[in-house]
Design a protein around this ligand. Structure first.
Ligand SMILES: NC(=O)c1ccc[n+]([C@@H]2O[C@H](COP(=O)([O-])OP(=O)(O)OC[C@H]3O[C@@H](n4cnc5c(N)ncnc54)[C@H](O)[C@@H]3O)[C@@H](O)[C@H]2O)c1
Length: 413
């Protein structure tokens, strides 16, 4: 098994999760790390025993090494394209955190760059990597739901603004400059991507949407110098060429109770998607937990309608047990149960362009929907996919202030 030598860029909250997952991948080794905040870099290196000579304030210096195979990008949203493109131009394949970027225009740029330079590129979307998603995808593809005409995604939180209500998260989550957008993409990336994937990635036709920073804010709690610039509520109806309509409601803070409801309706059957994984998968959640512990809070699927021998309403499809059986009868399925396992298998050629999940494309399609929501809200009318493609611009940063000076990002390739 080829060893894959990894360099990480950004040693914040999510990089710790990546480190926990790498301990489960025998042929992946994190060799070097980069972080602009000196004390964070030092703390990270000490915790994971990374020698000082392999730690970099400036990732561009790290890219000059000749012993790294891939780069794992763990910086914030509007730096995903900036840093990923710099890495690809320096000769690296890239694994990037979600969301791929803040807009579909950025995502397209990253996909084009990877294609032109012949780099492999993968994006973290943990909701895709489990039996829940596979079972739903296969049932829809096999016609068990009949004609699918509607999908609903409600993800309302009364108070869950990262960095504002949840101080353990970085305040970058609520800045337009670094995050791009709020809960619509931050949470939406998992759930919209999952819905699109299981429905066979239908082609978007138009979107009618509305986004607002609707709540009153306590300025004393806004500590990021950029301020709170993202929406706290977004809603849309997206229409697809194959006749499917998808309704999305997303909030990180609204004056209502928490509500989570994802379902797909078809002429023969409906599926309720419960507890989609937004936590990075079992390796991320509990590095050493046993199967029983992992069972807690795991994704589930319920079936409604005509099937399974009659008319049923809310039959648990027991995807957890199905997943365990699948893994015993087809060990290769483990390659589809974790993002980083999936990435390393793709990187080493075990998964190919045909057999891997094309996460950059899935992520870009998800952003076309959210771009439509924001553009429609701005224009006050429904927008077509052609208008979204023409009017939505990249938000990737071309400059970044750091303790050691300004980094200029050249996004051309
Ligand atoms: N925190 C989570 O629970 C979580 C979960 C899933 C995905 N993510 C995604 O991961 C990304 C990072 O989120 P986070 O919570 O880890 O943020 P974070 O702020 O904790 O970490 C990002 C780190 O990147 C560093 N950084 C910025 N520019 C850099 C550069 N040029 N070179 C090197 N380091 C640089 C920052 O100093 C910071 O330490 C976001 O896109 C987010 O959406 C986060």
């Amino acid at each position: 098994m080829n060893e894959v030598r990894v360099g990480i860029i950004g040693c914040g909250m999510i990089a710790h999760r990546h480190m926990a997952i790498y301990t489960h991948i025998p042929n992946a080794k994190v060799v070097a790390v980069s972080e602009i905040i000196p004390e964070r870099l030092k703390g990270f290196a000490e915790r994971y025993q990374i020698p000082e000579e392999n730690c970099y304030a400036d990732f561009r210096e790290m890219l000059k090494r000749d012993d790294l195979d891939t780069i794992d990008v763990c910086v914030h949203n509007n730096l995903h394209a900036s840093v990923s493109i710099a890495c690809m131009k320096a000769g690296y394949d890239v694994y990037c955190e979600k969301p791929i970027a803040a807009t579909s225009a950025d995502a397209q740029m990253m996909i084009d760059c990877a294609k032109k330079l012949g780099r492999k590129f993968h994006v973290q979307i943990s909701s895709l990597m489990n039996a829940q998603t596979r079972v739903a995808r296969d049932m829809i593809a096999n016609g068990e739901l009949g004609n699918v005409y509607f999908a609903n995604l409600t993800m309302l939180s009364s108070r869950r603004r990262p960095g504002y209500d949840l101080p353990q998260f970085t305040t970058d989550f609520y800045t337009k400059e670094l995050a791009g957008h709020g809960p619509t993409i931050d949470l939406g990336v998992y759930l919209i991507s999952q819905l699109l994937f299981v429905m066979g990635l239908p082609k978007l036709k138009s979107v009618s949407g509305f986004a607002i920073r609707g709540l009153e804010y306590d300025d004393r709690l806004i500590t990021n110098p950029y301020g709170f610039g993202v929406e706290d509520f977004g809603v849309c109806l997206a229409k697809f060429e194959n006749g499917i309509n998808m309704q999305i409601q997303a909030s990180s803070a609204a004056n209502i109770n928490d509500q989570m409801k994802t379902y797909i309706l078809g002429s023969k059957g409906g599926l309720e998607i419960i507890g989609a994984d937004t936590t990075g998968g079992p390796f991320a959640r509990a590095a050493n937990a046993d199967a029983a512990a992992l069972h807690m809070g795991n994704p589930a699927l319920k079936f409604y309608g005509n099937g399974l021998g009659g008319e049923v309403f809310g039959v648990d499809l027991n995807v957890w047990d199905r997943g365990l059986k699948e893994a015993r009868t087809n060990p290769e399925i483990s390659l589809y149960d974790d993002n980083q396992v999936h990435w390393i298998a793709y990187k080493t050629g075990i998964l190919t362009d045909e057999t891997r999940y094309n996460t950059p494309e899935i992520a870009k399609n998800m952003l076309l929907v959210t771009d439509g929501l924001f553009l429609s809200s701005e224009l006050g009318r429904e927008v077509t996919v052609d208008e979204i493609r023409a009017m939505v611009k990249p938000m990737a940063r071309t400059e970044q202030e750091t303790p050691f000076g300004t980094i200029h990002y050249d996004l051309s390739f």
